[in-house]
Design a protein around this ligand. Structure first.
Ligand SMILES: [Zn+2]
Ligand SMILES: [Zn+2]
Length: 123
């Protein structure tokens, strides 16, 4: 839980999806801009199913994908309360809820994360 001035860091002012560029653009209340690649967001989907898949994949390097690759085509987005956004993907997957505070921590810009964005921590 963020308190006081820190709250502006994880409050979006505007969220726009640029499907052609494959980006989700978040303008935060403090004026910072974050541009997330849709592929990255899908690869880091914080839902229980995807997290489980990633754990399996990381513990078994020889594991092969048997199904279709997850879609990174965004067809919709919806605010959840005032703390998160739920993303709706073209393959029907829509259980990933991305908390704004976690998105802000994982901002891909070099000022926030010079060594690349950390994975989204949903808990
Ligand atoms: Zn998922
Ligand atoms: Zn940033």
């Amino acid at each position: 839980m963020m308190l006081g001035g820190a709250a502006a860091l994880s409050r979006p002012r505007k969220i726009t999806a640029n499907r052609a560029a494959g980006l989700l653009h978040v303008e935060w209340a403090d004026g910072h801009n974050s541009r997330y690649s849709l592929e990255w967001l899908r690869a880091h989907c914080p839902c229980a199913t995807c997290r489980e898949e990633r754990i399996k994949a990381s513990t078994d390097p020889l594991r092969l994908f048997t199904g279709a690759l997850p879609s990174a085509e965004l067809i919709g987005a919806e605010g959840v309360g005032n703390y998160a956004i739920r993303l709706d993907w073209a393959d029907g997957h829509n259980t990933g809820i991305y908390p704004y505070s976690a998105l802000r921590r994982s901002c891909p810009c070099v000022a926030c994360n010079p060594n690349g964005p950390p994975p989204i921590l949903a808990d």
